[in-house]
Design a protein around this ligand. Structure first.
Ligand SMILES: [Ca+2]
Ligand SMILES: [Ca+2]
Ligand SMILES: [Ca+2]
Ligand SMILES: [Ca+2]
Length: 445
């Protein structure tokens, strides 16, 4: 692959700004990709307008929209600088996809925003970096009104709220929030109080440690939820190999950090806990980064991205490879039922090789079937989610293709996923879409 000057310029720009905006490592350049080895890697053109008879028509209005959590860069004296943390809402009303936004000057990145129903009613919850805040936002006639629920300077170089998941962690019926942070290894539980607000309970801390991702589930099927997290050293900008692992906490049992996946000198870029194979028990999926060697034009991929599966009894060094991608990174895994057959699939969003659909094989603890959904979809984070916004029982796929400044929707047409662009950014401002989540339209400003 020839690297065009414009691509190089964009890459250099990304490296320059990435440290400032809450990114935890530099984007790797596109690897010269040998052709992938297994199953159908030729995708039909997904950009076909979904006009086939089998493609469901999109209703004029939908009960749910999407919230995008963003870092943005604005021009100051001609140079790009981090702008205020930004949320964008995309929703369908009156036969059109519409947008609205909220900005927060207190921070320069929102890493995640999601719908949260606690004891005091429905809110939007946000996680921001520098300043590191967790806020709830109430829908009022005057717009979304924020309340700061937790704010902290962790005392290191960076202070960021990075990820959160919500579950009834203690079996008390409460929507408890687990939060991952940068850069002192702090993991906390936010326990909602009846009168509003949260008790902050710290699960862990470790000097000079980024905690990137949180997942919650019950792998051992004992009815008690476990918390999974991905701590790492602060990523180096020189691409040096670093140790990676996935750890587990069981707050209800008072059980602290246990390493469940030891990835040697490779990082976990994403984890997902879900019962994708449908046997009634959750499993842990880990997206392990690929490795590039060499410099400049000689740079080549020596280890592919691997998607590993862990069950409750899998040893930390014995994750099962369900699939590989000839790519350096994959930072999003999302599970759902894309074709309405009652079985879940896994979508893997890779850095430069596109969007991939994984289906469990006959033995879901072995190699899975893999299909290319769309080669022409990319972004540093490449945030993606399977969600049933139209409520017809089948999940649609929503993807932020930041390279194209587009938000895209993919719908199953009976034989494949068909792409539709539902939002194109109207300006050339650089953004990182860190996350997107479904939200009821009632909370959208
Ligand atoms: Ca359990
Ligand atoms: Ca399972
Ligand atoms: Ca399915
Ligand atoms: Ca649907």
């Amino acid at each position: 692959m020839h690297i065009r000057p414009v691509a190089t310029a964009i890459f250099v720009f990304l490296v320059c700004i990435v440290a400032a905006c809450g990114a935890d490592e530099k984007p790797a350049p596109a690897a010269p990709a040998p052709e992938p080895a297994i199953v159908s890697d030729s995708a039909p053109d997904p950009s076909t307008t979904p006009a086939d008879a089998a493609t469901p028509a999109t209703p004029d209005s939908l009960p749910k929209g999407l919230v995008l959590a963003l870092a943005q860069f604005v021009k100051k004296e001609g140079a790009p600088v981090p702008g205020p943390a930004r949320l964008e809402f995309v929703y369908r009303k009156d036969g059109k996809w519409q947008t609205s936004f909220v900005e927060d000057d207190q921070s320069n990145v929102f890493h995640k925003a999601f719908y949260y129903e606690g004891p005091v009613g429905p809110r939007l919850m946000t996680l921001a970096g520098t300043a590191a805040t967790v806020k709830t936002w109430e829908a009022t006639d005057a717009g979304l009104e924020p309340t700061t629920e937790w704010e902290q300077d962790f005392g290191g170089k960076w202070s960021r709220m990075r990820d959160a998941e919500v579950a009834d962690l203690y079996g008390d019926g409460e929507a408890t929030v687990v939060v991952a942070t940068h850069d002192q290894g702090v993991v906390v539980v936010l326990r909602p109080k009846a009168e509003g607000g949260f008790d902050v309970v710290q699960l862990d801390e470790k000097p000079d440690t980024f905690v990137h991702e949180i997942e919650i589930g019950d792998l051992d099927a004992d009815g008690i939820l476990e918390v999974y997290a991905t701590p790492s050293d602060p990523n180096r900008m020189d691409g040096t190999r670093q140790h990676g692992e996935v750890v587990r906490y069981v707050p209800k049992k008072g059980e602290g950090r246990v390493v469940v996946a030891d990835l040697g000198d490779r990082h976990a870029k994403e984890i997902l806990v879900d019962d994708v194979d449908g046997d009634g028990r959750d499993e842990l999926y880990v997206s392990v980064e690929g490795h590039l060697e060499g410099k400049g034009a000689n740079k080549r991929l020596v280890d592919p991205v691997e998607i590993l599966r862990y069950d409750a009894d899998t040893a930390a060094d014995a994750g099962v490879v369900i699939g590989t991608l000839q790519d350096s990174l994959s930072r999003f895994l999302t599970a759902g039922d894309i074709d309405g057959d009652g079985k879940k699939e896994l979508v893997v969003a890779a850095f430069s090789s596109g969007l991939w659909l994984f289906r469990p094989g006959e033995d879901p603890k072995g190699s899975w079937q893999r299909e290319l959904i769309d080669k022409d979809s990319a972004g540093f984070e490449h945030a993606s989610i399977l969600s049933d916004l139209d409520g017809d029982g089948v999940d649609e796929l929503y993807v932020a293709s930041d390279r194209h400044k587009e938000l895209r929707r993919y719908v199953w047409n009976g034989s494949r996923l068909v792409r539709e662009v539902i939002y194109t950014r109207p300006d050339d401002r650089s953004v990182f879409t860190w996350n997107l989540m479904p939200v009821p339209v009632e909370i959208i400003p």
